[in-house]
Design a protein around this ligand. Structure first.
Ligand SMILES: Cc1cc2nc3c(=O)[nH]c(=O)nc-3n(C[C@H](O)[C@H](O)[C@H](O)COP(=O)(O)OP(=O)(O)OC[C@H]3O[C@@H](n4cnc5c(N)ncnc54)[C@H](O)[C@@H]3O)c2cc1C
Length: 453
């Protein structure tokens, strides 16, 4: 008999998972708490975009939609760093042809929902909000908009219900469930840079723009309609912070002082700053990710991370790709698939959580620092000369889906030790590209890293 799955959460990860399960021959019920955004336009007027990179693309390729989604995506080949003095510096993300891609979060979700609609064995139900779950039998209770509660029985269930996951919160009542939630000091608001009147972009299109200001930063990602979605990350409390900046005159001064060049483009930044409530950023780490070989967690429900590496959705898509591989490997034996899935993915979830936390410093502080830029230049040059010995950490995380996040973190730490020593060489600013420096780097890297990438 055809086995069945309930997937709770019709976000990008839940929908991709539903499609993969259907293509493995399962009957899938996909339950989403909110109305169908394609009919109610909940994203209307709000273009939230995210950066998708090679891990995400590799996972989408599994269902053959990579090329289609890419048509709506904009490649960003470099960071365009806007200095406080009005300077503009381009820092490439990787080698030639490497780019991260700006995609609409709502757009990709709707695209996947359209594909799910075409699968005979997926039944999608909107306005079904999970309220209870029996972890022994995978029996789920949903509150249904305008109707009675509905009880749904299936063989297995996945919670893909995001950073505030109800499935995960219900798991708190189970024995030996480990949980930690950590708030970051930073919060964020979204701002907008509109298109030129002819629909072109006001800033360079194929770049992720960053205004790094050490304790806070503004970033901007391009949209296909010519606009940019900007995010201001800043501390919740302290000086300056969302808490301290409440007077219009102070907010005006803040933007004029720190983002003078961006003020030429931003749409009503001061009004938006004063109107909006800053959203918090937090990390959630849990274990296990599966219960009784019946119920699993996936995507943000299993690993809510901070957005500074642009990897949250990429990581969730990669969870799906791993499950896809394990279903084949263990020939649909979920007694083996669930434990293998959580044992493989948990260390990688923890690693990208750690890398993402660290990357705030890199983005907000170091990318505006000439030492950091020199360090990146040396690494890029050395990696060109010795690709077998050195792949920069950013490239391992972003452009190397074959290197697990945990491995990237481990190798990156070793590389840091090597680069700390190189940066201490006398006259490094002047001599960085000389054969002597490259030879010294080669000797240190060979000793530390051997034949690792
Ligand atoms: C500011 C910001 C920037 C980001 N930038 C990037 C980036 O550049 N690159 C990247 O890869 N990631 C980025 N992310 C992370 C990315 O948005 C998430 O990792 C991704 O959306 C997770 O997908 P998901 O499907 O697991 O969860 P969600 O997208 O949260 O979807 C969960 C779904 O479950 C539904 N749901 C919730 N509770 C219930 C319930 N009780 N019953 C039924 N349904 C329910 C919700 O309505 C929702 O549709 C960013 C996040 C933020 C906040």
């Amino acid at each position: 008999m055809q086995e069945s799955f309930t997937v709770v959460g019709g976000g990008p990860v839940g929908t991709l998972l539903a499609i993969l399960l259907a293509r493995h021959g399962y009957k899938v019920g996909l339950y989403e708490g909110r109305p169908d955004s394609r009919r109610t336009s909940i994203y209307q007027g709000k273009s939230i975009n995210i950066a998708l990179s090679d891990r995400g693309w590799a996972s989408l390729e599994k269902i053959g939609v990579g090329a289609e989604v890419r048509k709506q995506a904009i490649p960003m080949t470099h960071r365009a760093v806007h200095g406080s003095d009005g300077s503009l510096t381009a820092i490439p993300y990787g080698g030639d042809g490497d780019a991260i891609w700006s995609v609409s979060r709502g757009g990709i979700n709707e695209h996947l929902l359209d594909i799910a609609d075409r699968e005979d064995s997926i039944r999608t139900c909107f306005e079904h909000r999970l309220v209870d779950l029996d972890f022994e039998t995978a029996t789920a209770t949903f509150a249904v908009a305008g109707a009675d509660q509905r009880i749904v029985q299936s063989d297995y269930l996945f919670g893909a219900d995001g950073a505030h996951s109800k499935v995960r919160r219900l798991a708190h009542r189970l024995p030996r469930f480990s949980y930690s939630q950590t708030y970051m000091p930073q919060c964020y608001i979204e701002l907008n840079i509109p298109a030129n009147s002819d629909g072109t972009h006001q800033l360079e299109k194929n770049a992720l723009h960053i205004w790094p200001r050490k304790d806070f930063m503004l970033i901007a990602l391009p949209n296909p309609d010519g606009s940019f979605t900007c995010t201001l990350f800043m501390n919740f409390a302290g000086e300056p912070s969302f808490e301290s900046l409440t007077e219009r005159s102070d907010v005006e001064k803040f933007f004029a002082q720190h983002f003078a060049d961006a003020l030429d483009y931003l749409e009503r930044p001061v009004d938006v700053f004063l109107e909006k409530t800053a959203a918090p950023l937090f990390l959630v780490q849990v274990f296990p990710w599966s219960f009784n070989c019946k119920v699993g967690l996936i995507g943000d429900a299993a690993h809510a991370i901070v957005p500074f590496y642009g990897q949250g959705m990429n990581c969730g898509f990669e969870d799906c790709a791993e499950l896809d591989r394990l279903i084949t490997k263990y020939d649909h034996d979920w007694q083996q698939i669930f434990p293998a899935y959580e044992n493989i993915r948990k260390p990688n979830g923890d690693a990208i959580a750690e890398l993402s936390k660290r990357n705030f410093v890199e983005m907000s502080d170091l990318s505006g620092d000439s030492n950091f830029q020199l360090r990146k230049k040396i690494e890029a040059r050395f990696s060109q000369l010795h690709p077998e010995l050195w792949t920069p950490l950013y490239s391992m995380v972003t452009f190397s889906p074959d290197i697990p996040y945990a491995e990237a973190l481990r190798i990156g730490d070793l590389q840091n030790e090597v680069m700390d020593r190189i940066m201490q060489l006398p006259n490094i600013e002047k001599d960085w590209d000389t054969p002597d420096v490259m030879q010294e780097l080669h000797a240190l890297a060979t000793k530390k890293l051997g034949d690792q990438p």
